[in-house]
Design a protein around this ligand. Structure first.
Ligand SMILES: NC(=O)c1ccc[n+]([C@@H]2O[C@H](COP(=O)([O-])OP(=O)(O)OC[C@H]3O[C@@H](n4cnc5c(N)ncnc54)[C@H](OP(=O)(O)O)[C@@H]3O)[C@@H](O)[C@H]2O)c1
Length: 270
């Protein structure tokens, strides 16, 4: 791969592709994460809300790699806002995972999932302050947010000490989030591309099939590679070993001209 790591503004590096674990039940998470580690992923993305942290952690422990060689991200549940509540949720996560530090901890969303759009600015600021404390104590190597738009990031920039190191957002061919991408670049915030396959929905697009054929790759590979070409960090998920392997076999480059063509594609999810 062209770029093996991204570097956060505090100097911590993060492997340039992560293994997503959303919708992998706890009972399957051990096998899925073990397959991912066997196939060279060293960056695993989970969340307390995914309810699979125990077996994600077990797979990491039992695999033949030192803890420092694996990058673990987890997330503060979207509905948990506030200082003490955040410290408590963090403790649950590290207990579930059986680790004594996290590589990256994110506020999962600016609002609870059943109240999308609600203004939780004060709660987010309080949660962020708790995350700053955990970061300063060395319990988290990097802190960030997820699903944050510019209007959610600005109060953190204005009222807190540490600029988020990452923002994990939906990003795939058809959903480029140009304005947010530019804002994050300007503030040295690494943009993580979640759902790089639009949870599978880009895979049947005829124009992508045609372009993938030209490069001798699959549509999934084209779509994941596209995220890297746009300087975002893709987090593909699969429960099948062949696909897990395929999704990180990205040793090709998409020409500038084709990147431009892909940028013009409309969101398949609209
Ligand atoms: N922060 C957030 O709010 C948030 C939200 C959504 C996602 N995420 C993160 O981003 C990760 C990925 O997003 P996602 O789970 O929405 O989906 P995705 O990676 O965009 O797509 C996954 C879907 O595509 C299929 N697939 C994967 N690789 C394939 C391949 N090579 N060929 C054909 N089909 C393939 C998978 O099926 P199989 O599993 O059956 O192979 C699954 O149905 C999540 O797991 C999570 O870690 C974060």
């Amino acid at each position: 791969m062209k770029k093996q790591t991204f570097t956060f503004h505090n100097g911590v590096t993060i492997p340039s592709i992560g293994f997503g674990t959303w919708q992998i039940p706890n009972r399957d998470a051990y096998d899925a994460v073990t397959m991912a580690l066997k196939n060279g992923y060293t960056h695993i993305d989970t969340a307390l809300a995914y309810r699979n942290e125990p077996n994600v952690g077990k797979a990491i422990h039992e695999f033949d790699l030192a803890r420092e060689e694996i990058f673990i991200t987890s997330k503060l549940p979207a509905q948990i806002k506030g200082y003490d509540e955040t410290l408590e949720a963090f403790n649950k996560t590290i207990t579930n995972l059986g680790v004594d530090y996290l590589d990256l901890y994110l506020i999962h969303a600016p609002w609870p999932w059943d109240e999308i759009g609600k203004d939780c600015t004060e709660g987010n600021v309080q949660s962020w302050k708790a995350m700053e404390k955990l970061y300063n104590e060395g319990k988290i190597k990097a802190i960030g947010v997820s699903n944050f738009e510019i209007k959610h990031l600005q109060p953190i920039l204005d009222q807190c000490d540490i600029v988020p190191m990452a923002n994990q957002i939906p990003f795939y061919i058809g959903k480029d989030q140009e304005e947010l991408l530019a804002f994050c670049k300007e503030h040295n915030i690494v943009l993580e591309a979640y759902s790089p396959l639009a949870t599978g929905q880009v895979l049947d697009m005829p124009e992508l099939k045609e372009m993938a054929e030209k490069y001798g790759v699959t549509v999934a590979q084209l779509a994941i590679r596209y995220c890297l070409e746009r300087d975002t960090l893709p987090l593909p998920k699969s429960s099948h070993e062949g696909r897990i392997k395929e999704n990180r076999d990205l040793d090709f480059e998409i020409s500038d001209e084709d990147v431009e063509t892909l940028r013009k594609i409309r969101d398949v999810r609209k």
